[in-house]
Ligand binder design. Structure first.
Ligand code: FES
Ligand SMILES: [Fe+2]
Length: 353
């Protein structure tokens, strides 16, 4: 089960070109391509004729041509050409998905298009702001999206899983403050008078003691924005070295997820060596997460029924986010049941012969 009435990151802007590309989101195959005037388009990646993936075809003008028998679909998903005949069957159309392109990401709305509001796409401007330097990665995680959410909401794992990069004992030694506003859960941790994290200390040229902080904002169910950094002891956070980590989490299916990652910093912005060192170091961090979560996914699949997570105080954000997620799922299920079955079957006509 997935929350569908939301915007999910479907690709980096640079990945969507005139050549169709396929993404599976919440088990829905989607083809992405650009029109001649550079608009990103998302259509169901399944030809109405015989279900061949349109992503295997090519763009012609603003349309995409199926690579099997040439049915051609406009950017609205309606078939405009059937090469083998002059008439176009009425049912020859594919679903069109609402799209927003913002700050280098292509977001796709997977639910009821009537409810899609571009204003609901969260702020991610740091990725393109010239006052910030950004390192990006994208991954296929072999785990359900829920495990990534839990991972990002409970950063005490950094102390153990990321010992050599971003972790140390300060993290689990300090408690959290959890807040909820609408569908956003914030988990804040302040670590006063401690050293800078090992991976960033050199880039920040930070020696001595600082107030360290991180606050994960989870825009349930699609994006985590981690506001992190160090500042002088007792000084305001905004005066310090700041980091914004954007984590676009997009379910592929029940056991696989897309992870779109951007790490923006407001220090050493023009230092290319720092950017390269961070790119390499952060890839190590993400590799560690990927293999831990894959192992955890196997653990989940082999866990006997009736055995549940043992949550502790540090899981306060996890618990709150799960509650919001299940409320969103319930709301969508109820709306679906109220609308009745998607396809009404006509009663079969009695045989007369
Ligand atoms: S399957 Fe696409 S044209 Fe036949
Ligand atoms: Fe991690």
């Amino acid at each position: 089960m997935y929350v569908l009435n939301t915007w999910y990151v479907a690709a980096w802007s640079t990945e969507v070109t005139r050549k169709p590309v396929r993404r599976v989101i919440c088990e829905q195959p989607i083809v992405l391509f650009r029109t001649q005037d550079n608009q990103a388009i998302a259509l169901a990646d399944r030809c109405a004729h015989r279900a061949f993936p349109l992503s295997e075809g090519r763009t012609i003008g603003d349309s995409v041509e199926c690579g099997y028998h040439g049915f051609t679909y406009g950017p609205d998903g309606i078939c405009t050409k059937v090469p083998a005949q002059s008439s176009i069957p009425e049912r020859a159309k594919v679903r069109k998905y609402p799209v927003v392109e913002q700050d280098g990401w292509i977001w796709v709305w997977t639910g009821d298009p009537e409810l899609a509001d571009p204003a609901d796409v969260p702020d991610t401007h740091w990725m393109v702001d010239p006052e910030w330097a950004t390192v990006t990665h994208s991954y296929n995680f072999k785990c359900r999206a829920d495990l990534i959410h839990d991972n990002l909401l409970d950063l005490t794992h950094e102390s153990f899983l990321h010992k050599t990069t971003v972790g140390d004992d300060y993290i689990y030694e300090h408690g959290i403050t959890v807040e909820v506003e609408g569908n956003v859960v914030s988990v804040d941790r302040l670590m006063p008078s401690v050293e800078a994290p090992p991976l960033y200390a050199e880039t920040m040229d930070a020696r001595g003691l600082f107030d360290r902080f991180h606050c994960t904002e989870f825009f349930v169910p699609n994006l985590h924005v981690l506001h992190s950094g160090i500042t002088g002891e007792g000084k305001p956070r905004e005066d310090g070295y700041l980091i914004k980590v954007l984590n676009g989490i997009t379910p592929i299916d029940a056991h696989n997820s897309w992870y779109y990652y951007a790490f923006s910093r407001n220090f050493a912005v023009n230092n290319e060596q720092a950017t390269e060192d961070l790119r390499v170091g952060l890839a190590t961090v993400l590799d560690e997460d990927a293999s831990a979560l894959e192992a955890q996914e196997i653990g989940m699949q082999t866990r006997p029924e009736g055995e549940f997570d043992v949550l502790i105080a540090q899981d306060g954000g996890v618990a709150k986010a799960r509650r919001i997620l299940s409320a969103l799922l319930k709301k969508e299920q109820q709306a679906k049941s109220a609308a009745g079955p998607a396809v009404r079957r006509e009663p079969v006509a009695p045989r007369t012969a």
